[in-house]
Write a protein of this length. Structure first.
Lengths: 596, 319
């Protein structure tokens, strides 16, 4: 899309000659989805639309009990210490952010009064600051008023390394200042196109200053309110048993009209995904089941004549196979997969290309993920505006064989291809998880047909995903040729996600394998693209840069995307849950209700 | 007697120390990392992970960590959970009631079935009753609890819709309704565990009874003209119960330790499910505390069993 045309369209929307919807549709026609269209309007001087609400109840309460089943229950209730989404989900019942994300990736106001935009002057045109106006009259559950001091305190609390807050990365490079009692300004040290990170979404909810002020820094773990939250949310805290139960009751002073609908909320933990699906869909003992990672045919069977159904939300989670660019079998200075080596087989682009032709994504979808998966050629699958349209994928053993033939990899006596004495033998590792082992089998079968010998390896998840320096089986050590897993995209923006694979971030012995670039892929053009994207304020150009970054990965075949995975939840037939692929399940809980 | 108990308690100290060293070393050497989940979270920089490891002392050498743990344990501090960021003892005490209620009831159910059935079967060996009891016992202990648990759920929850299969710790009712609900939701797990225990215990009671019932003094008692009931209860059972008491005493720690599989299936928030979730999340302080408490209970109940022998059979002298 031409810049000029875009600007004239923005002008039309501003003057009212074109309505918002038409604008968004025009952009959608050229492959840019609603969230981006909205952001373009925001930067072009038209305020960002607030996510529409589908909430119907006309009075507060009266909805009875809401019973949620989280098969991994929250183990703590301080959002700054949340080690996983389960803890954020539990905290979010009581604590609130300034704004959250709706299913389309639009911003929805919670504690803020207005969405910052260049037009209303709250967003600096150079991307160096954003000002948030807070909703007046919001009270903490103990009756104290919620003010700008609380927001500033959260920043001070989280950025202090002694607190060891897990939200430190969000807070340490920004400065938060109080403008007046109901206004805060966030200053960034560089132009920040994605300004909606701090204080937005379930991971960044706000805790009360008056209860945590004495427990900053090294005393953070002694705070009694770590386990009994006092927030601003739709539900007041009643009871917490780590790993088992979180209970809340309606907050009669909640700041949103007619909300919440339910009188009490209960989040039960424990068990496994299959029986959680059964308790919601088949017996109806619970209203909502979280993260139902169950094979699709099992779900289809449960849904027949059941009391509930599955609910899907599209986000940007990609299950991928990563290729190792270093040699896992040669040890240099006590380190395998060292940056001083090159992978003996993958240094030939033909081998990488052939491998990508051997991953039958359609079969993986049919046999394993079903409704919860989509086939894709891209590593970056969302938000929609960042998804490349320049890529394609194919499954063809014949083409793969031909590419390998042409590159000089000839089948040996045992049927395994070889060249210059190097045999095409690969180790393919992943974590132990039903769908992953099945995917491994599908890929191995196709590789065998093409004359590639694949040895499968499965590692217990607690080891595979650990940061244990001494354990060679972690995904970060990557002492294998291929490995498969997914890294969740936790906000509707790819910046954190794509930064991981810059050359400076390679995982090595020197940085104790804490570098995030585990394929150890080095590409100067990629580095330059990401750097440019991080300083680019024009959303269209920025999206183009991330699309380019994705395409560079595609060209080098750093990752073979296996499946674009959707969130799967189970809900009672009459429950109207609002689930966003860009947010935690409980992020929009204030808008949930039950159809009578 | 008291001298005997004291001596046994003193002997228990080195063995408990030995157990704690083994447990600690195994846990420290086991792979895994309590902060593993952070590794794939792009929001958490690696430095924070490193800082957390340092804060919880995970980077110290093993012997130092052990000494810290031992010192804290002696002061009554059971440790601090990495995952929940709360004291381990609070966490364990929170889980204890559910475990005591469910596993305790299951043990009682097992005893209520095993003793009458075992005794009656032994008085009429190879009769029809004995054959049926034996067959059922074999079926009982060859079916694992995860199988019978799922079977019960499918029959009583899914098909018949009589009983809930998610155990809830906060029943919204008071008085008699609360009691009824508590019983209703415990029926399935108690039955699953109780029947499994009862099966093996029945076999045990039966063979213990058979060993005694053939002895001369029983024949003498019968010859004196005592009734069958009196002979069985007063003469045979009292002696036959000695090995049974050992078995029960050794199973008592399990009442506190919970039942990992059954608790997981029915979502009972007991010690067993705490242990398994802590193991899965590498929450070593909790795993250490639970296993160590378990070890202490085993040692303690062994002692209690020995003391009970002396009471049941005055011929056994404790010195």
């Amino acid at each position: 899309m031409l810049d000029k045309e875009l600007r004239s369209m923005i002008g039309k929307v501003k003057d009212g000659r074109m309505d918002r919807r038409a604008f968004i549709q025009r952009l959608a026609a050229v492959g840019l989805a609603a969230p981006l269209a909205n952001q373009i309007l925001a930067l072009g001087g038209v305020a960002m639309a607030e996510g529409a609400s589908t909430y119907k109840p006309t009075k507060r309460g009266g909805g009875g009990a809401l019973k949620l089943l989280w098969w991994q229950g929250p183990t703590l209730l301080n959002p700054h210490f949340a080690t996983g989404t389960k803890d954020q989900d539990g905290s979010r019942l009581f604590y609130e952010p300034l704004a959250c994300w709706d299913p389309d990736g639009n911003m929805k106001l919670v504690l803020a009064a207005e969405i910052p935009s260049i037009q209303n002057g709250l967003l600096a045109a150079d991307g160096r600051s954003v000002t948030w106006k807070l909703k007046p009259g919001v009270k903490w559950h103990d009756g104290k008023p919620f003010t700008a001091d609380d927001v500033v305190f959260n920043w001070e609390y989280a950025k202090d390394p002694a607190t060891s807050a897990l939200t430190i990365a969000t807070h340490r490079d920004i400065t938060v200042e109080k403008v007046d009692d109901l206004t805060v300004r966030i200053l960034f040290n560089k132009p920040t196109p994605f300004w909606a990170d701090a204080f937005v979404g379930a991971p960044n909810t706000i805790i009360p200053k008056h209860l945590f002020a004495d427990y900053r820094g090294s005393k953070s773990r002694e705070a009694p309110t770590n386990l009994s939250p006092v927030g601003t949310g739709p539900y007041k805290f009643v009871e917490f048993k780590p790993g088992d139960l979180v209970r809340g009751q309606l907050n009669p002073d909640y700041h949103m009209p007619n909300r919440p609908y339910f009188d009490t909320v209960e989040m039960k933990g424990g068990g496994d995904a299959v029986s959680a699906a059964r308790a919601v869909i088949q017996t109806g003992e619970y209203d909502f089941g979280w993260n139902i990672q169950v094979e699709d045919d099992v779900l289809l069977r449960l849904e027949k004549g059941g009391k509930g159904k599955t609910v899907y939300a599209v986000g940007g989670d990609t299950e991928f196979i990563a290729l190792n660019f270093t040699d896992p079998n040669t040890e240099v200075d006590g380190e395998r997969s060292s940056m001083k080596t090159k992978h003996p087989l993958f240094s030939d682009p033909a081998v990488r290309k052939a491998l990508s032709l051997l991953v039958d994504r359609e079969s993986v979808k049919k046999a394993i993920y079903g409704r919860a998966g989509r086939t894709t050629a891209n590593f970056l699958n969302g938000p929609e505006k960042f998804v490349s349209k320049n890529t394609s994928w194919e499954f063809s053993v014949e083409k793969a064989s031909k590419i390998l033939d042409d590159a000089g990899w000839k089948p040996g006596a045992d049927g395994i291809r070889e060249k210059d004495g190097k045999k095409l033998k690969l180790v393919y590792q992943t974590s132990i998880n039903g769908p992953r082992q099945k995917t491994q089998a599908i890929v191995k079968q196709a590789c065998q047909k093409a004359g590639i010998d694949v040895e499968l390896k499965s590692v217990v998840a607690s080891v595979f995903f650990s940061s244990d320096v001494a354990n060679p089986d972690t995904y970060a050590h990557f002492y294998a040729d291929l490995e498969m897993f997914q890294i969740p995209l936790s906000q509707p923006d790819p910046s954190q996600h794509m930064r991981r694979y810059m050359s400076a971030n390679v995982a090595t012995k020197e940085n104790k394998w804490q570098g995030t670039n585990f394929p150890r892929w080095v590409n100067k053009e990629y580095d330059a693209t990401i750097e440019a994207a991080e300083g680019e304020m024009d959303p269209v150009k920025r999206a183009a840069l991330y699309i380019k970054a994705n395409d560079l990965m595609y060209q080098d075949m750093v990752f073979i995307p296996v499946q674009h995975r959707l969130k799967v939840e189970a809900a009672a037939n009459n429950l109207r849950p609002i689930i966003s692929g860009w947010a935690n399940e409980t992020d929009n809980l204030f808008d949930w209700y039950r159809e009578e | 007697m008291s001298q005997y108990v004291l001596r046994r308690l003193l002997i228990a100290i080195p063995s408990l120390l030995g157990i704690s060293v083994v447990l600690f070393v195994v846990l420290a050497l086991a792979p895994g990392d309590p902060f593993a989940e952070l590794a794939t979270n792009p929001n958490v920089p690696p430095e924070v992970q490193a800082a957390l490891r340092a804060k919880f002392g995970l980077d110290d050498p093993i012997y130092l960590r052990y000494l810290h743990w031992l010192n804290a344990m002696l002061h009554g501090d059971w440790g601090f959970s990495f995952v929940s960021r709360m004291n381990v003892d609070t966490l364990i005490l929170q889980r204890l009631p559910a475990t005591l209620y469910v596993i305790g009831s299951a043990q009682i159910l097992a005893l209520l079935i095993a003793i009458p059935v075992g005794v009656y079967a032994a008085t009429k060996p190879y009769s029809l009753f004995d054959q049926i009891a034996n067959t059922l016992a074999f079926i009982g202990f060859s079916l694992p609890t995860f199988f019978t648990g799922l079977l019960f759920i499918l029959i009583f929850s899914v098909t018949l819709d009589w009983l809930p299969f998610v155990y809830s710790t906060d029943i919204k009712a008071t008085g008699i309704r609360w009691v009824l609900e508590m019983i209703r939701q415990a029926i399935m797990p108690v039955a699953v565990l109780g029947l499994f225990q009862a099966a093996s215990m029945t076999r045990f009671v039966r063979s213990a009874m058979l060993d005694v019932i053939r002895l001369d003094y029983v024949t003498t008692a019968r010859a004196k003209g005592l009734g069958q009931a009196k002979v069985i209860v007063k003469h045979v059972m009292r002696n036959a119960m000695i090995p049974v008491v050992t078995l029960i005493a050794l199973q008592m720690p399990a009442v506190f330790g919970g039942a990992i599989v059954t608790e997981q299936i029915f979502r009972i928030p007991g010690i067993g499910s705490l242990l398994i979730s802590s193991i899965l999340s590498n929450d070593t302080p909790v795993v250490m505390a639970v296993t160590f408490v378990f070890a202490c209970l085993v040692v303690l109940f062994n002692l209690i069993a020995d003391v009970l022998y002396g009471w049941l059979d005055p011929r056994i002298s404790l010195r």
